[in-house]
Write a protein that binds this ligand. Structure first.
Ligand SMILES: [Fe+2]
Length: 355
């Protein structure tokens, strides 16, 4: 079933953390926007290279933004902006120069927790006809240190090995940030900042490339959005600022949508379901979606984005962190949590209990 008018409430039974609000998956006439709200933009350098006072101040400000809306923008995160420009070009090249039958050889399938591979346009989920093509690669699809037994072979995952080499650069740059970002979140919560260091060493992740082609007039009239409203099912997501806007974030305090604006070269961080679960609801897994850009360029220009979702391996247990009050949730194996939640998008048979 795909429905341009669907509401999140129709799929509540899948959620593995509390989500009490109601929203349309696609932007609609009745949606209200909070045009004055500004998501916090924070300089990450004092946390990465500062003294104890600098790290504590950053952690407090970061936590404040995340508790308030679940999103923050980080600048000076130490990644060369030229890498993001290369990613933009390589993503456009991958989607526009790979024939559809070649893309379909890599069609997405569940492996462990994550649906990995190519998602054709209108098939990112079963519940809304998103006007996006996507492609997801997890750790095993990169020639990086991995706990796998099998030898890495680029042709198992990539239409051309040069894409693996290009996208690996982003993976390696962002992997450097996994622990510092988690440490800042944990410090802001008043929890031992190193409690997840081991779990995040060589952890699993998903690099998702999104290619939103220019919309036809018929698609524009259909009411379908570019990417449905959803919450990420991860610890957190690292999204480099996009060239074209359109990302909308749900403000749970005002019940209105906020248009994301992030400076070039910055990264947008948002917390996901894993983090809401282990933080005992302190850090919300915030709803977001992609609508039409504010300048109306969706009829002419494509949009590209390349978020990295930070996961735990399937056999890890998600347990409320110590010191955050009476746990509202039972401990749960990551694969159970992850696949139950994402069976909302992929059908009930997607959910599995263990590895
Ligand atoms: Fe997302």
């Amino acid at each position: 079933m795909t429905d341009v008018n669907a509401l999140n409430r129709e799929f509540l039974k899948y959620d593995q953390v509390r989500k009490s609000h109601t929203y349309r998956l696609a932007e609609g006439e009745q949606d209200e926007f909070d045009e004055d709200y500004r998501i916090a933009t924070l300089d990450f350098e004092p946390f990465l290279r500062g003294d104890a006072g600098d790290t504590a101040r950053f952690a407090e400000a970061f936590n404040g933004a995340l508790e308030e809306i679940g999103f923050a923008v980080l600048t000076n995160q130490g990644v060369d902006p030229a890498l993001y420009d290369e990613m933009q070009d390589a993503t456009l090249s991958l989607f526009t120069s790979t024939p559809l039958d070649e893309k379909m050889r890599f069609r997405a399938e569940r492996f462990g927790s994550v649906n990995q591979g190519y998602f054709p346009i209108e098939e990112t989920s079963d519940i809304h006809p998103d006007l996006v093509e996507g492609w997801v690669w997890c750790r095993r699809a990169f020639d990086v240190p991995h706990r796998r037994a099998a030898e890495f072979r680029a042709q198992d995952y990539w239409p051309d090995a040069r894409y693996e080499r290009q996208f690996r650069k982003l993976v390696l740059a962002h992997e450097e940030l996994f622990k510092p970002i988690a440490q800042a979140m944990l410090m802001g919560l008043g929890v031992d900042p190193h409690i997840y260091d081991e779990k995040l060493t060589g952890t699993n992740f998903g690099l998702r490339l999104n290619y939103y082609p220019p919309m036809s007039e018929a698609q524009d009239r259909s009411g379908a959005g570019r990417l449905l409203g959803h919450e990420d099912v991860d610890l957190f997501t690292i999204l480099p600022a996009t060239h074209a806007d359109g990302l909308q974030v749900w403000n749970h305090r005002s019940g209105k949508w906020v248009r994301m604006q992030a400076p070039p070269g910055s990264i947008i961080i948002n917390t996901g379901d894993y983090m809401q679960r282990i933080s005992n609801d302190r850090l919300p897994s915030t709803t977001h979606r992609v609508g039409k850009p504010s300048d109306g360029s969706h009829l002419i220009d494509p949009r590209v984005s390349f978020p990295t979702n930070v996961y735990l391996w399937e056999d890890e247990v998600l347990e409320v962190l110590p010191g955050l009050g009476t746990p509202r949730y039972e401990p749960i194996e990551a694969i159970t949590f992850h696949t139950r939640s994402t069976s909302k998008f992929y059908g009930d048979e997607y959910a599995v209990e263990s590895v």
